[in-house]
Write a protein that binds this ligand. Structure first.
Ligand SMILES: Cc1cc2nc3c(=O)[nH]c(=O)nc-3n(C[C@H](O)[C@H](O)[C@H](O)COP(=O)(O)O)c2cc1C
Length: 199
């Protein structure tokens, strides 16, 4: 199906890439975080809305503010990770539509008004989640490893980091260079017939 030169990419992103549970003692440089964002921002979102927001908790003090919100099983691995990213979304993403969708700025009207709140929320969550996935793919392609986590209290994280209510947390990503020795055994994936239908 693929040229041999594609194998490295397919392995890096999917086939041999693993979720990181532990990391070696090496902190990604800020320039790498910028490089990850430069890639992920090119992934598609509806009407190019780009509602994903990313907060890099790099300092020990910033990470400690997160700890009380974590499920117990996520505390130690997060404390030991080089950094943690809050993947969030902006519920006021539509205010940027004239800038990011300039050929049809009136798309903003579709999302404006109290009666559009539910539409804004589902649009921000859907596209912010996509951008979170693009983050993982981009990070893997740039040599970083990710440990995504949804085991935490979103309301507590939002109160701590986004008190004005504009951004909502979606999931977290521990980020760095994996300690491969700490990987859990690979869990089975569903087969095509389990998950897909061709109609
Ligand atoms: C959105 C998301 C949330 C996750 N939440 C947690 C979590 O809270 N704690 C945890 O230990 N692992 C969590 N995981 C890790 C998954 O269990 C792991 O990615 C999955 O089993 C696949 O592992 P593999 O990539 O090594 O094959 C999460 C993964 C994703 C994508």
């Amino acid at each position: 199906m693929t040229a041999a030169s594609d194998d490295l990419v397919l392995d890096t992103v999917f086939r041999t890439a693993r979720t990181a549970n532990a990391f070696v003692d090496r902190v990604p440089a800020d320039v790498q975080l910028i490089a990850v964002f430069d890639l992920l921002r090119m992934g598609p979102t509806s009407a190019n809305t780009q509602p994903g927001r990313f907060v890099f908790l790099k300092s020990r003090e910033a990470r400690e503010r997160l700890i009380p919100a974590l499920a117990p099983g996520n505390v130690d691995k997060t404390r030991r990770a080089p950094m943690t990213v809050i993947v969030a979304h902006d519920l006021r993403f539509h205010e940027l539509i004239p800038r990011v969708f300039p050929h049809f700025p009136r798309m903003q009207d579709m999302f404006t008004g109290d009666d559009k709140r539910a539409l804004r929320e589902v649009t921000a969550l859907r596209n912010g989640s996509l951008q979170g996935a693009y983050f993982i793919v981009a990070a893997r392609l740039l040599g970083l490893d990710c440990g995504p986590m949804s085991g935490f209290d979103n309301a507590r994280v939002d109160a701590e980091f986004f008190p004005d209510g504009r951004f909502k947390s979606n999931f977290l990503i521990n980020l760095g260079y994996a300690d491969a020795a700490a990987a859990m055994p690979r869990s089975p994936r569903l087969d095509f017939g389990d998950a897909c239908r061709i109609l």
